[in-house]
Design a protein around this ligand. Structure first.
Ligand SMILES: [Zn+2]
Length: 59
C-alpha cells in the first residue's frame, strides 16, 4: 500500500485502533483510525511547542 513506516501513527502503532485499560477498543484519535499520520499533520490540538503553561492547567 506504500505506507511509509515513518508516517505510522505512534499512538496506535499503525493499527488505527487503541484500547483502554479495560481492553475496550476505539478508533485512534491521533490518526483518526487511519493508522498513519502525514508529515505536518498536527497530532496535538494546538501549538505543540507552547504547551508548558497549558499542561500546568491540565494537571
Ligand atoms: Zn493512531
Amino acid at each position: 500500500m506504500g505506507v511509509n513506516r515513518e508516517h505510522i501513527c505512534k499512538a496506535c502503532d499503525g493499527t488505527g485502533m487503541l484500547s483502554d485499560d479495560e481492553n475496550w477498543k476505539y478508533s485512534c484519535s491521533v490518526c483518526d483510525g487511519e493508522g498513519v499520520v502525514m508529515p505536518g499533520e498536527s497530532t496535538s490540538p494546538s501549538a505543540p511547542l507552547s504547551v508548558d503553561e497549558m499542561n500546568r492547567y491540565l494537571d
